[in-house]
Design a binder for this molecule. Sequence first.
Ligand code: NAP
Length: 282
Amino acid sequence: MTSVPTIALNDGRSIPQLGFGVFQIDADETAKATRLALETGYRHIDTAQMYGNEKQVGEGIKDSGIARDDIWVTTKLNNGFHRPDDAKRSFDESLSKLGLDHVDLFLIHWPLPTQYDGDFVTTWNTLIEFQKEGRAKSIGVSNFQPAHLDKLAAETSVVPSVNQIEVHPYFTNTEAIAYGTEHGIATEAWSPIAQGKVLDDDVIGQIAERVGKSTAQVTLRWHIQHGNIIFPKSVTEQRVKDNFDIFDFELSGDDIAALDGLDKGEDGRTGPNPDTFDYIPE
Ligand SMILES: NC(=O)c1ccc[n+]([C@@H]2O[C@H](COP(=O)([O-])OP(=O)(O)OC[C@H]3O[C@@H](n4cnc5c(N)ncnc54)[C@H](OP(=O)(O)O)[C@@H]3O)[C@@H](O)[C@H]2O)c1
């Protein structure tokens, strides 16, 4: 079976560089999709309290029969639960829904700098407690801008192991990635194929034709060669398999540069800007 590279984190642990994302997978389809991904060879699942499918991820893991310790499981704190008591209660619920006694990685999903009086530091300190308890083996953040990470560095002593941010050829998010590289924070790239928006690109299409792979595979390979951790989502069996089949070819430096050159800056975002995003679910 294909062996997926791992990325070393700043807490001494290693995360599989390719995983499977379950955002926007209906709860009733999630157990099947998770199991299919695990049977394909994925050993890393990325879910979130907000996705409403942690329970079904847990079912898929159990159904697969694969040993718990062989699977990396990430979930994320929902936006309404940043206060310590809410974070603790919701984290207990996540473990209970997943049917696990620990997760491999727990993230603050969004910094919400205009909510909670801009205080995500208290929330981060709560995640540090989860890590000390051994219930979150690694802890990190998502959608944090360099200024948010500077604030954590100034006010706490634990550096996030990862920052999960939007990255794909149309939004290369180079400043946030460079900050992570400089400070030992691994980059997890969400929406790695921009939810499909990069797949009809002519530049990627020409490279795909030359190397005999699909545009999705070329784009995922670009992430891998950049050192990003990725977890493409699909509920389509052939795509789940194709997205895993990206370790038998290599892009040249010119190919990488060509994809880098597709960046549209802020216009390339598919999701919200973390500096202004303030959504708290009902
Ligand atoms: N932290 C955050 O704020 C945040 C935000 C967004 C996403 N994420 C994480 O990142 C993961 C991935 O991002 P995403 O789900 O937004 O988008 P994505 O993985 O970039 O794209 C998923 C879309 O592309 C299609 N697709 C997948 N593989 C394909 C292929 N080989 N060929 C053609 N189409 C393909 C899927 O369709 P089908 O499913 O119909 O096949 C789906 O519509 C999420 O599942 C989640 O875990 C995190």
